[in-house]
Design a protein around this ligand. Structure first.
Ligand code: IPE
Ligand code: IPE
Ligand code: MG
Length: 260
């Protein structure tokens, strides 16, 4: 399992009530293109233009860890020409964006099975990671050939190959073997384009993430849309399985008259 460099820092949100980490399922590029009678690849290109303003909006709002789902382990089953266009776009985007991201202090990390990418793209990914590996202002994980199931299986295999006793495996050890080792789990997962599903994204890490789905297609998503998602998140009641507040009030009501 090839991993990205370890996080150089875990930048905290500027206010504790904000999510520490946001994951985004960037969906709807194809529909955006279809509505304009354009090829799907044009939708993917338009989607790339959304990334920078959304990252900046997260940063301005005080959230400094972002994971973008760019290509799933299932997306290989798309038409060959679409897969080729996406792979080309990933390489082009690294070429055009990484310099500025580095200047802004962003650590770029690729998560997913990079061994299936072309040697040229793997090289670009590695170079971007190396260049930015010491940056501490923000973390950008890009999920390419990423699948939550694959990640968990690869992590377990990795532990086994290192001689870890799997009969004693615990959640911390497994979490520490995932691509996201060292990072907090996403508090908020945003999905654009309306589908109410997780599509193999961060299955382990999403255990208690708040899910926010918007009808807005990814190329139309913007800073205001992130503000809206953060507003929705702020209104959520996160219980993590516990019973909130006022423990024992019922018992008090029952016990009190008898003790009079
Ligand atoms: C998301 O947009 C981008 C990738 C999955 C690579 P889609 O290409 O899935 O767009 P729709 O869902 O067809 O509109
Ligand atoms: C999820 O979108 C994957 C990415 C955004 C990279 P898909 O378009 O592949 O998901 P499904 O097919 O609608 O579940
Ligand atoms: Mg889709």
């Amino acid at each position: 399992m090839q991993r990205p460099p370890a996080p150089a820092a875990i930048p905290e949100p500027s206010r504790p009530e904000l999510p520490r980490h946001i994951g985004i399922i960037m969906d709807g590029n194809g529909r955006w293109a279809r509505r304009r009678h354009l090829p799907r690849a044009a939708g993917h290109r338009a989607g790339v233009a959304t990334i920078r303003p959304v990252m900046e909006a997260c940063h301005a709002a005080g959230v400094h860890i972002l994971t973008l789902y760019a290509f799933s382990t299932e997306n290989w089953s798309r038409p060959r020409h679409e897969v080729a266009a996406l792979m080309q776009l990933f390489g082009d985007t690294i070429d055009s964006e990484v310099g500025e991201m580095h200047a802004e202090g962003i650590q770029i990390r690729a998560i997913g099975d990079r061994s299936k990418l072309s040697p040229r793209l793997q090289q670009k990914v590695r170079a971007a990671e190396e260049l930015t590996s010491q940056n501490t202002r923000a973390v950008l994980n890009v999920a390419i050939n990423y699948g939550g199931r694959h990640e968990i299986v690869a992590a377990v295999r990795d532990l086994a190959s290192r001689g870890v006793d799997l009969t004693a495996l615990d959640t911390e050890t497994l979490a520490g073997a995932l691509y996201t080792a060292g990072l907090p789990d996403p508090d908020l997962i945003v999905r654009t384009a309306g589908e109410m599903r997780i599509s193999n994204f961060m299955l382990w890490q999403a255990a208690y993430a708040e899910i926010y789905v918007t009808e807005t297609l990814w190329p139309d998503f913007d800073a205001a849309a992130i503000e809206h998602a953060l507003g929705a998140y702020a209104g959520r009641d996160r219980r993590f399985g516990a019973v909130p507040e006022a423990p024992g009030r019922m018992e008090e009501a029952i016990v009190a008259p008898a003790s009079l």
